[in-house]
Design a protein around this ligand. Structure first.
Ligand SMILES: [Zn+2]
Length: 123
């Protein structure tokens, strides 16, 4: 699927509406039939485009939540099998996760889905 680009559909609708109004004024001021016909076609095209924007399907999006792993060294230990248990707590939902021998941490919290990049709104 191609990348989705989020735009302000209301702003685009208003822009097309202004263009439709401008084309209508152009038609009203037309001095000859050919100009009147071209202005009418332009007006119809802008109206059609504005209606398509207004009726375009929407998609559901969720705002990206950011968090970071807070390491709780006091909980870490090595079990009898030699497995090292490193614990990290999600800064957003406070889930404490045992990473065991994992050398890389999750990029997203497995509980709340926060992106663990320590972004602007990390908890
Ligand atoms: Zn979380």
């Amino acid at each position: 699927m191609p990348e989705v680009r989020l735009i302000d559909a209301n702003a685009l609708f208003n822009d097309l509406k202004e263009s439709a109004n401008a084309a209508r004024e152009w038609r009203e001021e037309a001095q000859d039939e050919e100009t009147e016909i071209r202005a009418e076609q332009a007006h119809g095209t802008f109206v059609e485009c504005a209606l398509r924007v207004k009726n375009a399907p929407t998609i559901e999006t969720e705002p990206v939540r950011h968090g970071r792993w807070i390491y709780a060294d006091v909980l870490d230990y090595k079990d009898p099998n030699g497995v090292i248990h490193v614990h990290g707590m999600c800064s957003r939902c406070r889930l404490i996760y045992d990473f065991r021998n994992m050398t890389s941490r999750f990029r997203f919290c497995p509980n709340c889905g926060a992106r663990m990049d320590g972004g602007a709104d990390n908890g």
